[in-house]
Ligand binder design. Structure first.
Ligand code: 13P
Length: 234
């Protein structure tokens, strides 16, 4: 069975780019991808050839929160997945582990499958803090949340958009650790994706690893033809 491939388009493409993106994917014959466009394009990007994932969401259903978009609203468009706690949300927009917990609860309530992103900074890695940081992120985000359907994306902050990646042994070992923590402390079985500088040259080596259930791709997914080329190497 093919592993999971998610494309996080961040804030990179405009309306015309997205129209082309959809057309390329739909005519490619590739099915089962998960695409994360900007909120703005979610409706137009609906397709029976791939699934959609929001890049974020607000934990309160409705109210006076100008500029926010809630999981409640996303679920009214039947959006299947949402990223939660992407590194850019944590570091640029200062979202906390506690915010992630509220978002997880809201996803659960609104029938959206959360894709919880976790990962250590360069400093945390260099001080041997990686596993501890990941455990903290998981334990707080998932506290008192009884989710059965959830995906974890391990994205080392220092690997995002830098061209740097951990060694294959490190990736496999950290994914195993994440699965153990989920099972032993939280009784959750989850797929764990790797994200951070995945590209055409390294995707085969990463997706062949036994503990890697798929990939979350940023920059290399902006071109839909490159995404398809990567899919064909998984
Ligand atoms: P890059 O693939 O550009 O490193 O981005 C990874 C990412 O942040 C996906 O969510």
């Amino acid at each position: 069975m093919k592993k999971i491939m998610m494309a996080n388009l961040k804030m990179n493409l405009n309306y015309d780019d997205m129209k082309n993106y959809k057309q390329v994917l739909e005519s490619s014959g590739v099915e089962g991808l998960i695409i994360c466009p900007s909120y703005l394009f979610l409706s137009d990007m609906k397709s029976d050839k791939y699934d959609l994932c929001s890049q974020n969401g607000y934990a309160i259903d409705k109210g006076a929160f100008t500029g926010e978009i809630s999981f409640y609203q996303l679920s009214s468009l039947n959006i299947k997945y949402s990223l939660i706690g992407h590194s850019e949300r944590r570091h640029v927009f200062k979202e906390t582990d506690e915010d992630m917990n509220l978002k997880m609860q809201s996803c659960l309530k609104n029938n959206i499958i959360p894709v919880l992103c976790i990962g250590e900074t360069k400093e945390e890695r260099e001080s041997n803090g990686t596993k501890e940081v990941l455990e903290r992120q998981l334990n707080i985000a998932l506290k008192d949340v009884s989710l059965t359907d959830i995906i974890i994306a391990y994205e080392p902050v220092w690997a995002i958009g830098t061209g740097l990646i951990p060694t294959m042994d490190e990736i496999n070992d950290i994914h195993l650790h994440i699965k153990r923590v989920l099972k032993e402390s939280l009784s959750i079985n989850s797929k764990v994706l790797y994200g951070g500088s995945v590209n055409l040259s390294n995707i085969s080596d990463i997706t062949i690893l036994g503990n890697v259930d798929g990939v979350l791709i940023g920059g290399a997914s902006n071109d839909p033809n490159n995404l398809i080329a990567m899919y064909n190497k998984m």
